[in-house]
Every structure is written in C-alpha cells, then in structure tokens.
Design a protein around this ligand. Sequence first.
Ligand SMILES: [Zn+2]
Length: 390
Amino acid sequence: MFKKKKDGEDPSATTLREHRNFLHCSRIRDFTLFDVIEMSEDDCFWHLVVARFGSRENFACPKCGVVDSHYYRAKRRQWRCRHCDESFSCTTGTAFQDRKLSFKKLLLAIVYFVSGAKGIASMHMSRLLDVQVKTAFVLAGKLREALARSADQTPLSETVELDGGHFGGRPRKSRNKYKPTPEQIEKKVRAKIAYENGNGPYPRASMTRGNIERRKKRRIVFVLRQHSGIEGHGAVRTMIAVLNDEIDKEVMPVINAKVVKGALIMTDENKAYTRLNANYEHEVVNHSQTFSTVDGVNENQAEAFFSRLRRYYLGISHKCEPKYLADIGWEMAWREDVRRKTEGEKTAHLLRTTSANGRSIKWRGYWQKRKVQASPPPSSSPPSAAASAS
Ligand SMILES: [Zn+2]
C-alpha cells in the first residue's frame, strides 16, 4: 500500500506512509493521554492558551479584537484587556465557555475524544475522567457540534463518490419461538413467487406497533467523498447530509449544493441518481455483481465512511437519535479526513475548531433542562461564528 507518489509531491509529507502501516509508526503517538497525565494543571492551562491565542503574551482580546500584551491576573487565570477593560479567559467565546471542569480534565477529554478511531462513548469517558455521564455526554456533544459547524462547505470537485446508509430506528427482533404452520409457509412462498413474476407486491414481514414507532427514527446518512487523485490515497474530503429517504427529490438538492457542476460522480444503481447525467459525468457500479468495475468505477470510499459510522452505531452508541445523527456524521467525516494525521495534529486541529466557532448553540442550557435542538435542514449552511457569539 501507499507505493505510488504523485510527481512533485513533498517527500517529507510521506514519512508516515512509508511505514508499513502508518498507525504502527511511533510518530503517530506524539501527544497522547499519557502526556496529559504527566502535565500539571498549569501546563494544561498554558497548552490551551497557546492553542487558543497562538501565544502566551501577545494576542487579540476576544471582546474588542485589539492585539496587545493584556494584563494577566494569575490567581484567576484571566486577563484584563488594556483597551476595552473587559476581563476574559482562554475559554471565553469558545465551546468551553463557563466550564467547571479543570483544564487538565478538559484536555484529557479532548485527547481521549481524538484517540477514538470510531468515536467514543460518553459512559466510558465518565469512568475514565471521574465525571458524571451527563457531563461527558455534553462535552462530547460540544466537540461534535464544533466539528459540524466548522466543516468546510466548499463544493466538492473532480471525482466524487456518493451513497446513502440507513441509521437509527432498528426494529427489535421478536422473542417468541413461533413455528409457522404449513399453510402459512405455503402462503409466504406463493407471495414470493407472485412478486418474482411481477404479479404482486414485495412480501414484507408484518411489524409490531413498537417496531413501527422505532422505524420512524430511521434516517439516511448521505455521504459525498472527493478522491485525492492519487492512487491508493483514498478520499481527501468528506461531506454528509441527513435525509429522510434516499430518493431523487431529497438527494438532488444536496448534490447540487455540495458538488461543482461537471464533476465525475460515482454511485450505485439506486434510482435516486438517474437525473445526475444532466449536470454531471455519471458512472454507475452494479453492487450486486461487483465492488469495482474493470474501469475502476467504485464507491468504496463511501463504504469506508459507512464502515466507520456503522462501527460507532453498532459497537459504541448502540442507538442513535435523529437529532444527534448529523453531528455524529460530521464527526466521522472529520475522523476520515484526518485519518493520516498524528494525534498531536488532530488534537491541535480540534482545539482550533472549538476556539474558532464560538459558544455552543445546541448544548447551551442543557443543564438547565433546555432541550437539544434538532439539526438544521441539510441544505442550509452552518451558523456563522458571529451569530454564535451573540
Ligand atoms: Zn478588549
């Protein structure tokens, strides 16, 4: 793997890829939980300060924006601006504003969140950090929200793979040891034959009332992934949208907004994509026959994304409410896009993201019994940082 390099590619950027498996390379472990455990509360504070402001002394006041060496009150770990006279800390105007956790626990939580290849469980975080489950749940939610809001919304180009996966609302299997009578088996077989001959509808199993309610929570996570253009490098950018159904009228507005016209799009044989030919170069792979055609038409990058999200859904969260699904999808999109970065790079990126996107909108007031808002409709752009600061 990772043999072919593009002409003119920076050789220093390929160090990780030269390793047989880049996850086995020691360079990947440049900032881990162990490093944070060895740091003092003060070290963690200054780590977050540098991540937020880029410097220990000279930086912009979050209130008025003037860059200066502001007056530092060591006891409160706060600054007073030399121009607008306002006090601020290193979490003012970030996702962690009004935090009660120590800086060390905050940094531990972030590093732990980053280290999970297929997401993290709030329950597990609560046991590791000795915090309430609700605290861990809200903190992880704020990190996901920051990732969702900061996601690059520039339309994808060149070669893009599309696919939709079903998530949430899984029907529960019946517990009764019910043995069908010969008449019932005969009826089922007749219905199946009639369907195959085109003389009847698809014979669906009847659902219980509970399962009908559960099925209402099922959503489509629709993924769009742009190829890197280098063989063996997979995808470079991932975007997602949460839809109610994988049908033409839901899928097309998302594609038109997130993919530039004229791009090469690879999909499976779903009927929802038949109108793509009008504006895009459209290639189809028949999944019932092959994963990839002889010409290299495939959507394995989209499947790789679903593999990661499916592992989170089946192995870590076990269920998924529709209102959290978009943020989880964007989290997994981020995990896919930074998969070749080291732990330190990923942590630094997440810290920049939480600083740059203002206070949490969804999770603010959660402890005061304010409900988490459902995700905005897929086609709308994420809220700007200015709106969140108000
Ligand atoms: Zn100021």
